[in-house]
Ligand binder design. Structure first.
Ligand SMILES: [Mg+2]
Length: 386
């Protein structure tokens, strides 16, 4: 199978909300399609990928460096021996002549290409991606996975009323686990938001909070003390994502589960977190964003490193709620998948077609990652396929 072309474009996924660290008012993302000379069921075989959220589009790196490397390669270099493409071999082609570490935004651009190649490989097998990953890995395929609804950003007006409305709507769609932002308002206001939600959650439902890595040591410790009385499922990124010594200190001071990792970008980063972050493998949650950390090929390396440090896959809840992560949770035996609570924004619309019942999502059964079933498929990918 020969890769004929890789097309990409940057799309606007802005929304009128903010977290403790940033506004999403200018947010963009890349979408990408890998076109081949093969066909399946009478249609051209095309691999698709949609970015994660939070790091903007990767068009420059894709166009200047990574796409030309892939399209110039002899197909023998990425062939799998069965007439399809081997994602691991394609990854090595894309990463040729790249230095160790120095990840920058490179890991997001490579992650997009990786995601499209996995979508392509699964389509070539006629299998949903989660089932293909289970076949290749050590986990049993899960066609239904535990999910949590993520959102609770700050609004300029009617913040608590809109927050409650957002969570009630997610409850109505079948969710039982929720996560909202903290740190974008005063501590007292954050407590009011948490209390308002705890008052409307039903028995067995859970609430987690996300500081987006914005707290200094003193603020983090003040928040930990103030939030200790609430039955929170976890506190996410209470401190800067790269300050492993401070994670170690914070973890030693609280029994509440901590979650982090969405702003680390490689297996080496994950290993450093394991070595120096003081995280507890009986309760803490690892959220490496697969799309933003070089894709599934690198994520499989991350899982190997975690196992070496005594971590089970059940402690992994990859960031962002994109289809790649949802497939990986089902196919690699991970613990929990994120889904966007706000389905009015484009990012949430991509997974709006996935049914959730009693906190469990039914994974798509169509070949590949499942983009074609998204209600916004034509809007997002149409321009790349014509
Ligand atoms: Mg987060």
């Amino acid at each position: 199978m020969r890769i004929l072309a890789v097309t990409e474009r940057t799309i606007n996924i802005a929304s009128d909300v903010r977290s403790a660290s940033m506004s999403l008012g200018g947010m963009t993302a890349s979408v990408l399609a890998v076109h081949t000379d093969a066909s399946k069921d009478g249609r051209p075989l095309v691999g698709l990928a949609f970015d994660s959220i939070g790091r903007y589009g990767h068009g420059g790196l894709l166009r200047e460096r990574f796409i030309p490397r892939l399209t110039a390669a002899d197909p023998e270099r990425y062939a799998d021996g069965n007439g399809s493409i081997d994602p691991h071999r394609a990854w090595r082609v894309v990463m040729e002549d790249e230095k160790p570490a120095g990840h920058g935004e490179r890991c997001g651009a490579v992650g997009l290409i990786d995601a499209a190649i996995w979508d392509l490989a699964a389509k070539a097998q006629g299998a949903p991606l989660w089932r293909m990953l289970a076949r290749d890995g050590v986990a049993a395929a899960q066609s239904s996975i535990p999910v949590y609804a993520s959102g609770g950003h700050y609004r300029a007006e009617n913040d608590i009323a809109l927050l409650c409305e957002e969570v009630r709507a997610a409850i109505g769609r079948g969710h039982r686990r929720f996560k909202i932002k903290i740190g974008g308002a005063t501590l007292a206001q954050d407590q009011r938001r948490i209390e308002a939600l705890l008052a409307i959650l039903e028995a067995g439902m859970t609430l987690a909070v996300d500081g987006n890595g914005s707290f200094s040591r003193d603020v983090a410790l003040r928040y930990l003390a103030a939030l200790a009385p609430y039955p929170l499922a976890w506190i996410e990124e209470p401190v800067h994502p790269l300050d492993f010594a401070l994670h170690d200190e914070v973890a030693a001071r609280t029994r509440v589960p901590l979650a982090t990792g969405e702003n680390l970008f490689s297996a080496d980063d994950a290993q450093n977190l394991m070595r120096y972050g003081g995280l507890r493998n009986d309760r803490d949650i690892l959220q490496f964003d697969i799309s933003l950390s070089y894709g599934i090929v690198e994520y499989l390396r991350i899982l190997e490193r975690l196992a070496e440090h005594g971590w089970r896959r059940a402690r992994c809840a990859p960031h962002a709620g994109h289809l790649l992560a949802i497939n990986a949770v089902g196919g690699l035996g991970l613990g929990l998948a994120e889904m966007a609570m706000d389905q009015s924004a484009l990012f949430g619309k991509l997974t709006a077609g996935i049914a959730v019942h009693d906190g469990e999502a039914a994974l798509p059964d169509a070949p590949g990652a499942g983009f074609e079933a998204a209600p916004v498929f034509q809007e997002v990918f149409g321009g790349l396929l014509n």
